[in-house]
Design a protein around this ligand. Structure first.
Ligand code: SAM
Length: 290
């Protein structure tokens, strides 16, 4: 995959060429190139910004250098998406990153100051992407965020394909807690199910922890997840145990469980029998309906 970043501050991008992404570049899995917009300016002093029409504070990036730079880097056979990093854009999600990772080529435009002349956006950008509801001084950090989360999904970049698939958001839930050596640290032990080598138990524990943390921190995400899964007997048992845990932590009676997010979905009688998963404990199996 080839990513070209248009910026007036190309020197800001050194971090993208180190660590995992640096190795992936060396291995030829991704190509990340920064292109300075300034040399494209036809302005006498190679300016890239000017005062806004209508007045107001700050400067606006000129359309001409941007449009010329985009057309130049596109060449004749560009196949991909051109994205302007902007607080007005669609907020980036893991699903968007997966969609972009399937593109052959991306061109990213970093704004600065008050932003970019609208005509440059209209003429040569396909989409606008925001990295969150806050405003940064420039599009360079957002571009790095976008490149990082896309590039790590490109096959081979992470080394182990599993690690990207099982993470927060990919499964529809936040990730369960992770532990490594030693088994005990400052009196805190690694949870028992992770130590006994029983894969079904490990997966069941991981599923319950994922659901628990998602219900607590991102209830709207947990509800979406619970609405999308096939509710088998064994899965319902695991989910019920998570609600029981939440009940006791919140010190509410079982009759009040229905107040908890997503509980109405699980308290249904419409439980399907699944001969495979119901024969043993059912972690977050592959039988989601989504
Ligand atoms: N005046 C603009 C507004 O109110 O929407 C903000 C401009 S901001 C100071 C300068 C540049 O930073 C933008 O052109 C954009 O490229 C980038 N930027 C700032 N916050 C961003 C965000 N949350 N997501 C993506 N890009 C952002």
């Amino acid at each position: 995959m080839k990513i070209t970043i248009l910026t007036t501050f190309p020197e800001m991008f050194a971090p993208l060429h180190t660590s995992i992404l640096g190795r992936a570049e060396k291995a030829g899995l991704i190509e990340i190139r920064e292109v300075d917009i300034r040399p494209y300016s036809k302005n006498k002093h190679h300016n890239t910004d000017d005062a806004p029409f209508g007045g107001g504070a700050g400067m606006v990036m000129l359309a001409q250098p941007i449009v010329d730079a985009v057309r130049d880097v596109m060449g004749e056979h560009f196949e991909g998406k051109r994205i302007y990093l902007s607080p007005r854009g669609k907020t980036l999600t893991q699903a968007d990153a997966e969609k972009y990772a399937a593109e052959k080529e991306l061109i990213l435009l970093c704004g600065h100051y008050e932003g970019v002349d609208q005509r440059a956006i209209d003429l040569c950008m396909d989409e606008e992407v925001s990295i969150g509801d806050y405003v940064l001084t420039g599009g360079e950090l957002p571009a790095m965020v976008l490149v990082d989360c896309i590039a790590r999904l490109v096959p081979g970049v992470l080394g182990c394909g599993e690690s990207a698939r099982n993470e927060s958001f990919s499964s529809g839930l936040l990730e369960y807690p992770q532990y490594t050596r030693p088994r005990e640290f400052e009196g805190r032990c690694v949870p028992e199910p992770l130590l006994n080598g029983n894969h079904r138990e490990i997966e069941a524990w991981q599923f319950q922890e994922s659901l628990y943390i998602t219900l607590k921190r991102r209830p709207e995400m947990a509800i979406r997840y619970l609405q999308g899964i096939k509710l088998t007997k064994s899965r319902k048992k695991l989910i019920d145990a998570v609600y029981t845990r939440l009940n006791s932590e919140m010190d509410i009676g079982p009759e009040e469980t229905e107040q908890l997010p997503g509980a109405d979905r699980v308290q249904t009688d419409n439980v399907q029998s699944d001969p495979v998963t119901d024969s043993a404990s059912d972690p977050d199996g592959a039988d989601t309906e989504r």
